[in-house]
Write a protein that binds this ligand. Sequence first.
Ligand SMILES: [Zn+2]
Ligand SMILES: [Zn+2]
Length: 168
Amino acid sequence: MSFCFGVSRARKSKSAKHTMDGQDSTDYCIFCDIARGATSTSILFSDEKVVAFPDINPSAFRHYLVIPVEHVPTVNSLEKKPEHYELVNHMLKVGEELLNRDAPNSVEHRFGFHQPPFNSINHLHLHCLALPFTPAWKQVKYTPLGRLGFIGANKVLEKLNPRPTLPS
Ligand SMILES: [Zn+2]
Ligand SMILES: [Zn+2]
């Protein structure tokens, strides 16, 4: 089953065994390969922390993914500490800039994550969507439904913020 990224080699049933540098990993991770520049994926943006590229199976007018260079498995792996808050905040900023550049007239920009078990690839990835959805029914995959499924990036930031009074 490919839920939001159609790569059949993703083995979501196995837990990720990556170390930080992925050395003793026996599980193949396509996103680590992309972050390393080891694929032909066209990179929209990259710095020392994150890499952005188009979703190969786009669900909207523009549909980009922003991933951390470091292998973080899912949103559930994120902790309430400044380091993770800054990472997600940076991922969101990068996504916003790309959509502002490429889809300034879109009716809505939406940013969020799939919570396990509804994530397709066990390497954290922020979905950046410039609406409309194409086709329209795809919106069900990217609409928050309580504690399951899609969760908005701002919701994740709220949860991770070590100092909730901090201005965004
Ligand atoms: Zn996803
Ligand atoms: Zn990875």
